[in-house]
Design a protein around this ligand. Sequence first.
Ligand SMILES: Cc1cc2nc3c(=O)[nH]c(=O)nc-3n(C[C@H](O)[C@H](O)[C@H](O)COP(=O)(O)O)c2cc1C
Length: 202
Amino acid sequence: MPSASVVAASSLGVVTLEECLKTRRSRREFCWDPLSDDELLRLCWAGQGITGPGGLRTAPSAGGVHPLELYVVSATAILHYEADADRLAGMARGDHRPALCTAAESQDVIGLAAATIVLVAVQGRMDPRYGARSRRYELMESGHVAQNILLAATAMGICATPVGALDDGAVRDVLDLPPSHTPVYLVALGHSSDRRRMSVSG
Ligand SMILES: Cc1cc2nc3c(=O)[nH]c(=O)nc-3n(C[C@H](O)[C@H](O)[C@H](O)COP(=O)(O)O)c2cc1C
């Protein structure tokens, strides 16, 4: 199981925000190199890291409710980002990427990614406060979180592509989550390599 130790997410690089905004692209050219635990943790922190009092985070959330959870599917494990501790906790061993790929319309971008971050909405967090509007807010917030991850990946020189074509139930099964948890968005990630490049169209 990958280390569950806390790694400080103090630096995402020295690239300016303007440069990140200018250069972010959906990149689907990945080499085989895995992302390190530290890289995965920093990307999750960018999406959902706690940065303020009362659990306020890097991404905004309606009413500060924070209905989203992040999971990582890598070549060796499924991990859960525990925002309170800023750590990745192991949920399952093994390479579940092929199953995740199947659950995402068999897109090569998921099959070839070193790791994919899965954004999951937890039903019941938003509902008491926002009722029928909750589902819409969850989707809006997933966009904020995904963009944070994409910009952080850009700053770190990591290739990333957001993927919305997924079968919620099938992804839920891959992660072995309860019915209250709805996968809403994926971010495929990997290192680029000119030497060992696998180019896929998307
Ligand atoms: C909501 C959403 C869903 C997307 N779904 C997919 C997808 O399923 N597969 C994929 O390869 N790219 C997907 N993309 C990435 C788009 O193809 C990409 O953003 C678009 O081609 C523009 O390119 P850019 O991101 O480099 O600006 C998605 C993007 C968004 C915003």
